[in-house]
Write a protein of this length. Structure first.
Length: 513
């Protein structure tokens, strides 16, 4: 039998042969013993609330409070959600991943069994056992009423049943919650059915747990995804000094002096830009499909090597179109004379991050593959945060000639700084000629004399003065710079934990360091 810590004091641990027998026993207990709360787990860990786990990982409560403050402010401003009760609001927060003192349960043994199979295919465990925890609220109430008032108030253990028509997933999962802070399980009478873990959920079964969402759920998801970005920014500001730098807004006359009528005008390609380009649909990548490239024994240059890898991936995606919308994990084997073990692992990690992050925006599959190819080309050349000779490697790299304005100055690598609306500021490298080529074709007609002089002799200074790219660039052309330079070079040149800006729509600054 799987060892469950002795802190599970007041319940029985029953081992059965398989998941079917576990469901039968849980159903029998529901009918004969009045059990009405069930919780399926992929391993018999003690069921702690997400807030308790947050506390145990040494995360500051102040960050959680700021997250909740933003959340309740958003609810107050939302017509359909402003009248929610506190329990309903917290249940939604729990549902979308904000740490609370709620622990998820279901009234259905069958749903609990599905959750006991909802796991990452690559996850490793100390044993092959799963479990279903079972609670009778009637028995729990009787136990709770027997406690001294002081202890009952301290424990704060009570159920919450939330029914909101627009939460399709919660309703289908027949979800209930137990408000259960800290080591609540050491006090509560709770039985546990342990069994050998069943196969991972198939696609049809996952739809049973996670059906298509309602329009209101999508609105909520957008907020919570953006909230995760803000949460990450707050964490970096607190723990990695200097990784987040908030740029001051320039005085208006510096930017407007570059234009003939002293007015900043958004370029046409940015008008009506979809919000998905501005913030993306951020989520934690779960259950990725592993794409494993074999060792390349044939000697080849890095450009052919990169093209070959992307071609193979493209063929795989064409063979199974469903993969194009799945999170991927890309694994590259070390290749003699081209990729040592460390480089192969790092480049695979960066390709994984690029694919999954770009999938949160409206990049085409071709653009995502092009970005992966550039990561391989630049990375196999030697450019990377693990390499100390970036300037030497960059000098060796060939950039196609672009005869724009002054080719002697423009056809060169240029280090620039990107700033985003979230406060992230990060360095990247681009061919300056490619960047200048991304300026809007009608820009020259709207510039003042001083702005025109900057465009001709020092276009990077023009970008720095105007700052926001929506006043200077054609969006689609700048998007190609992101695909070919900004994303690959941000990933390659900065430490793995640093935030990365993946879309032009996120920018509020582009220019000199």
């Amino acid at each position: 039998m799987v060892a469950i810590t002795s802190k599970l004091l007041n319940g029985k641990i029953i081992e059965v042969s398989d998941i079917n027998e576990a469901v039968e026993l849980a159903t029998k207990w529901r009918e004969e013993r009045g059990f009405d709360l069930f919780r399926g787990q992929i391993y018999p860990w003690l069921p702690k609330s997400s807030f308790t786990r947050w506390q145990e990982s040494n995360n500051e409560e102040g960050i959680i409070q700021s997250i909740l403050d933003r959340y309740f402010d958003w609810l107050d401003q939302h017509e359909k959600l402003s009248s929610l009760k506190d329990a309903e609001a917290l249940a939604i927060a729990q549902h979308f991943g904000i740490p609370t003192n709620f622990v998820d349960f279901t009234s259905s043994p069958d749903v609990a069994a599905l959750f006991s199979r909802d796991r990452d295919p690559n996850a490793e465990f100390e044993s092959n056992m799963a479990c279903i925890y079972c609670i009778s609220w009637k028995a729990l109430s009787g136990w709770f009423e027997s406690l001294l008032t002081e202890k009952a108030e301290k424990l704060q253990i009570y159920p919450e049943s939330v029914s909101l028509d627009y939460l399709h997933r919660m309703n289908l999962q027949r979800g209930s919650f137990l408000h259960a802070p800290g080591d609540w399980y050491s006090e509560v009478p709770m039985d546990c059915i342990v069994f050998e873990r069943a196969p991972i959920l198939n696609k049809q079964e996952r739809v049973m747990l996670y059906p298509p969402t309602s329009h209101l759920e999508e609105e909520m998801n957008d907020f919570f995804q953006l909230n995760k970005v803000t949460e990450g920014i707050e964490y970096f500001e607190k723990h990695y000094s200097g990784s987040i730098i908030r740029l001051n807004i320039p005085t208006e006359d510096i930017a407007t002096a570059c234009f003939s009528d002293n007015t900043l005008k958004i370029q046409p390609s940015w008008s009506g830009l979809d919000d998905s380009w501005r913030m993306g649909l951020y989520y934690k990548t779960k259950n990725p499909i592993i794409i494993k490239f074999p060792v390349q024994h044939e000697k080849m240059g890095n450009d052919i090597f990169a093209a070959s890898m992307v071609y193979q991936l493209d063929e795989v995606l064409k063979g199974d179109s469903s993969l194009s919308v799945c999170p991927l994990e890309i694994v590259i084997e070390p290749t003699p004379d081209l990729l040592e073990k460390t480089d192969a692992k790092e480049i695979g990690n960066l390709m994984t991050r690029a694919w999954n992050a770009m999938s949160m925006f409206d990049y085409s599959q071709a653009q995502k593959l092009q970005c992966l190819e550039k990561i391989v080309i630049f990375g196999t050349t030697g450019v990377g945060y693990w390499s100390s000779n970036n300037q030497m490697y960059l000098a060796k790299m060939n950039i196609g000639k672009r005869l724009i304005l002054n080719p002697e100055n423009l056809n060169r690598w240029c280090k620039i700084t990107l700033g985003s609306n979230s406060g992230t500021v990060i360095s990247t490298i681009v061919c300056l000629g490619e960047l200048v080529g991304s300026l809007d074709s009608g820009l020259v007609d709207s510039l003042s004399n001083s702005g025109s002089q900057l465009l001709e002799h020092n276009p990077l200074e023009l970008m720095t003065k105007v700052r926001e790219p929506k006043y200077l660039f054609d969006f689609s052309s700048l998007l190609e710079c992101f695909v070919n330079y900004f994303i690959p070079m941000q990933l390659l040149l900065n430490e793995p934990g640093r935030p990365v800006i993946f879309s032009p729509g996120e920018l509020n600054y582009i220019g000199n360091e």
